[in-house]
Design a protein around this ligand. Structure first.
Ligand code: PRX
Length: 656
C-alpha cells in the first residue's frame, strides 16, 4: 500500500487533544459507559437501539449471519416512513418543524411534521396511482427541494426501493442506473437553482429515457418554470397529480430486510455498483448514530447536514436518521457562494443552527475565502461540528473548530461509506478527547481493526488496511444484481472481514487515522470517483487511443483528477489541435459522467509507461502527478517514457 504522504506522517505526531467541555460532557446523550454496555453484548445493545423504533411485529432473531450475507431483526416488520413521520405526529409532535428549507434564490418553506405527513401521504397516493408497487424501483433525479424528501419517504412508505441519482450526473449516468435497477418510474423536476441560475434536469431525463423502454411514468416537479419537453402519456406534473390526493394513506408493513434503497457508487471498474440497503437494520444504525454522534436534543437542536441528498450522507443524515429522531433540520438547495460567500453563515444565524455536518473540502474552500466572511454573523447557536467524506487535514480541523465553532464546539470526524450505511468510526462528543484529523475509534457496537497484508491486526503505531470484523445493522446487503462482485470486492481480501478499501494507521494510543483509498477509487471533494470509469469515458472518444487516470493531491478538493492520454494519430499537446482536443476531452467526460468527473488536467503523451507484460504503471503516474520522486522504474518496458511525461507535466498548463 502507498505510504502516508509527508503531511500525514507529520500529523501522526500530533499531540493536541481536545477533551469535551465539561458542561457538554455532563449532559451528553452518550457517556463513557455506552462503550462498555455495547462491548458487553453487541447484539443486545443493537436490539436495545432497535426498540426505539416503532415495529408492527417484533423480530424473532436479532441477527442471522452467513458470511457475507447478514439479516438483522429477522421476522420483524415495520414501515420506514411511519417511523420517520407518522409516529412523531401521533406522539403530539405534529407542530414541530421537520425542515427549514431554503431555496438558492432565497425562497423559503417551513415544513412541520404534520405537514410532512400530509405531503408524504399525498405523494404515496400519487405514486400508487401511477402504478408504483412494493418491490418496484423508482429513480429520483432531483434538486435539493422538499419534494425530493417527500418522494423518498413516499417510496419507503410503499415499499418501492428508490435510487436517488445525484442531480449533477449526466444523462448517460442516469440511463445506466435506471437500466441497472430496472426502474419503472422516474421522479424529477424541470430543474433546480445552482450558482444563481436555473439548472435544467428534465432534458437529461428525456435523453436518458430514450433508451429505457421500461420506464412508464415520469413525475415532474415544477421548480424553475423553464420550458420542458413533454412525452404525452408518460410525463405527469407533480402539482397535477399529487396536490389532488387525499392527505392520508394507510401504510403497509414490510419485513425488516425489505429493500429500502439502492445507491450507486464508484468501484474499481467502469460500472458503478448499486449498493443495496434494507429497512430495519439500516434505520436502527442511522438513527442511533445520529442521536449519539451528534448528541441530539430533538426538542431544541437545529441540525444541518450540508450535503446533497443524492449522496449517501444525504440519505442517512438528512433524511432517514434525523427524521427517525424527530429532528428539526435545515435543507438548503444551492451553493455556498450564491449570492455571496457568506450564505452558509447567514443560514446558520437565521435558523439558529446548533449542529453542522459537512465535508473537509468545503471547510478548505471557506479557509481559502477567508475567515473574515464569518465575522459579523452570530454563530453562537452552534454547539457541535461534524466532518465526513474524506480525511480531514489537521489545519482544516483546527480552522473549523476555531472559526466556525468558536473553540467551544466539539468536532467529530466521522468515517463511513455508502456501503456501511451509517457512521462507523467517530469520536463521541461528550466522551472522546479528540485529535485534529483522527476519526478515532469505532462507534459502540461496531468492531473494526487495522490489519497488515496478511490480515493480522497491526499494533499501536502500525499502518495497514481498515477492516470491519463483525456484521453491523446498516451494512450493505449486496450489490444489486451482482452477488459475486459483492463477495469479491468486500469479503475476499481478508477472510471473515469486510474490507473497506481504505488505508489506516493506529497511533500510539491505538486511535485510528484514515490514510485514503488504497484502490483505484479517487476522492474528489468528498465524492467517490473511479479512475477506471473516467478512463472508460476517455477511450470512448474517437480521438483517444489509450488513457490512464490517477488522483493527484489537491489542497482544496483533497484529490484531483489527472488524465494521461495517448491520441490516435499522435497529436502534440502544444499544437493548436492538441489544445482543442484537451478542452473537448474534458467536456466529453463531463457529458459522459458529470461535471464532477472533469479532469483537472489532461496530458497528451505519445506513450504511457508500461510493464513488460503491458500493464500501465499507474503508481509512477501518481508520482508524476504529485511531483514526487519516481518509484521503482526497473520493471518498465521503456524507462525513458516517464521522463518525457514528467517533462510535459512541468511544462503543461492547466488543461483548459
Ligand atoms: O475513503 C473513505 C472516504 O470516503 C470513502 C467513502 O465514500 P462514499 O461511499 O462516497 O461515502 C462518503 C460519505 C460517507 C471512504 O472509503 N471517507 C469518508 N469519510 C471519511 C473518509 N476518509 C477519511 N475520513 C473520513 N471521515
Amino acid at each position: 500500500m502507498p505510504g502516508p504522504p509527508d503531511a500525514l506522517a507529520a500529523l501522526l505526531h500530533e499531540s493536541r487533544r481536545f477533551p469535551p467541555p465539561e458542561a457538554f460532557a455532563e449532559r451528553a446523550k452518550a457517556g463513557p459507559e455506552v462503550y462498555a454496555e455495547a462491548a458487553a453484548d453487541r447484539i443486545s445493545w443493537w436490539e436495545e437501539q432497535a426498540r426505539q423504533l416503532t415495529w408492527a411485529r417484533p423480530w424473532d432473531r436479532a441477527l442471522e449471519w452467513e458470511l457475507p450475507l447478514a439479516k438483522w431483526f429477522v421476522g420483524g416488520e415495520l414501515n420506514v416512513s411511519v417511523n420517520c413521520v407518522d409516529r412523531h405526529v401521533e406522539a403530539g409532535l405534529g407542530d414541530r418543524v421537520a425542515f427549514f428549507w431554503e431555496g438558492e434564490p432565497g425562497d423559503t418553506r417551513t415544513i412541520t411534521y404534520a405537514e410532512l405527513h400530509q405531503e408524504v401521504c399525498r405523494a404515496a397516493n400519487a405514486l400508487s396511482e401511477l402504478g408504483v408497487r412494493a418491490g418496484e424501483t423508482v429513480a429520483i433525479y432531483m434538486p435539493m427541494i422538499p419534494e425530493t424528501v417527500f418522494a423518498m419517504l413516499a417510496c419507503a412508505r410503499l415499499g418501492a426501493p428508490h435510487t436517488v441519482v445525484f442531480g449533477g450526473f449526466s444523462a448517460d449516468a442516469l440511463r445506466g442506473r435506471v437500466q441497472d435497477c430496472d426502474a419503472r418510474t422516474v421522479v424529477t423536476a424541470d430543474g433546480g437553482y445552482r450558482r444563481g441560475a436555473p439548472s435544467a434536469l428534465k432534458p437529461a431525463v428525456d435523453l436518458a429515457l430514450a433508451d429505457c423502454p421500461g420506464v412508464r411514468k415520469v413525475l415532474v416537479v415544477r421548480r424553475t418554470g423553464a420550458e420542458v419537453g413533454w412525452v404525452e402519456g408518460r410525463d405527469v406534473w407533480w402539482h397535477d397529480i399529487v396536490d389532488r390526493q387525499p392527505a392520508s394513506h394507510t401504510p403497509e408493513m414490510f419485513d425488516a430486510e425489505h429493500p429500502l434503497y439502492i445507491m450507486y457508487t464508484s468501484g474499481t471498474t467502469a460500472k458503478p455498483k448499486g449498493i443495496l440497503h434494507t429497512s430495519g437494520g439500516y434505520l436502527t444504525h442511522v438513527a442511533t448514530t445520529h442521536r449519539l454522534v451528534f448528541d441530539l436534543e430533538a426538542e431544541s437542536d437545529v441540525y444541518w447536514t450540508a450535503a446533497d441528498i443524492g449522496w449517501v450522507t444525504g440519505h442517512s443524515y438528512i433524511v432517514y436518521g434525523p427524521l427517525a429522531n424527530a429532528t428539526t433540520s435545515v435543507l438548503y438547495e444551492g451553493t455556498p457562494d450564491t449570492p455571496s460567500r457568506d450564505r452558509w453563515w447567514q443560514i446558520v444565524e437565521r435558523y439558529g443552527v446548533s449542529i453542522l455536518y459537512t465535508a473537509p473540502t468545503t471547510i478548505r474552500t471557506f479557509m481559502k475565502w477567508g475567515a473574515g466572511l464569518l465575522e459579523g454573523h452570530d454563530l453562537s447557536s452552534l454547539r457541535l461540528l461534524g466532518s465526513v467524506g474524506e480525511p480531514i487535514n489537521p489545519e482544516a480541523w483546527m480552522w473549523y473548530r476555531h472559526h466556525v465553532g468558536g473553540d467551544r464546539c466539539p468536532v467529530v470526524d466521522t468515517w463511513w461509506q455508502t456501503e456501511t450505511g451509517g457512521i462507523m468510526l467517530t469520536p463521541l462528543p461528550g466522551v472522546t478527547a479528540t485529535k485534529p484529523g483522527a476519526a478515532m475509534v469505532p462507534f459502540p457496537g461496531i468492531s473494526a481493526a487495522v490489519v497488515g497484508e496478511d490480515g493480522t491486526p497491526v499494533g499501536a503505531g502500525g499502518a495497514g488496511y481498515l477492516v470491519v470484523t463483525e456484521p453491523w445493522p446498516g451494512m450493505l446487503r449486496g450489490i444489486w444484481g451482482d452477488p459475486e462482485r459483492y463477495r469479491d470486492t468486500y469479503w475476499s481480501r481478508f477472510p471473515g472481514c469486510y474490507f473497506a478499501g481504505d488505508g489506516a494507521k493506529l497511533d500510539d494510543d491505538g486511535d485510528i487515522w484514515l490514510l485514503g483509498r488504497v484502490d483505484d477509487v479517487m476522492n474528489v471533494s468528498g465524492h467517490r470517483i473511479s479512475t477506471t470509469e473516467i478512463e472508460h469515458a476517455l477511450v470512448g472518444h474517437p480521438g483517444v487511443a489509450e488513457a490512464a487516470v490517477v488522483g493527484a493531491d489537491d489542497p482544496t478538493t483533497g484529490q484531483a483528477i489527472v488524465a494521461f492520454v495517448t491520441v490516435r494519430g499522435g497529436v502534440a499537446e502544444d499544437s493548436e489541435s492538441g489544445a482543442r482536443l484537451v478542452v473537448e476531452l474534458r467536456e466529453h467526460v463531463a457529458r459522459e459522467i458529470g461535471p464532477i468527473a472533469k479532469p483537472r488536467q489532461i496530458l497528451l503523451t505519445p506513450e504511457l509507461p508500461k510493464t513488460r507484460s503491458g500493464k500501465i504503471m499507474r503508481r509512477l503516474l501518481r508520482d508524476v502527478a504529485d511531483n514526487r520522486q519516481l518509484g521503482d522504474v526497473t520493471t518498465l518496458l521503456d524507462p525513458s517514457v516517464v521522463d518525457s511525461i514528467k517533462d510535459r507535466m512541468t511544462t503543461a498548463g492547466d488543461g483548459d
